[in-house]
Design a protein around this ligand. Sequence first.
Ligand SMILES: [Zn+2]
Length: 121
Amino acid sequence: MFHVVATLNRDTGNIIVITAYEPDDEHLCFRKNQKAIMKCVMCKRGETKPGVTSVLLTRDDFTLVMRDVPAEICEICSEDYIDGGVAKRLYHLADEIQHQGTLIDVRKYQTTPEVSCPVEG
Ligand SMILES: [Zn+2]
């Protein structure tokens, strides 16, 4: 599972913590055929619901804030779970923007047709 830790503080609007794992193709479709609702691994009590969140990606001196990123959000602790395909797209966007020499940028996530995944079974 790809886990981009990007907690948006709903009170202040600030993003608190960010780490992200580089997604790879092998695991990109991990959750594709799974039920959308899952148990939160952080608080182990909540279940996730579809929503949007803000993601902060940092690399070297480069910082990218992506708003309105689709995510599964824990109803109890608000931990965000971002789909592997979305995470991968964020990385590609971050790469492009970083290569333009930008140090900090804020973008609104644009929804595109889903990454096609092989259907199991
Ligand atoms: Zn939780």
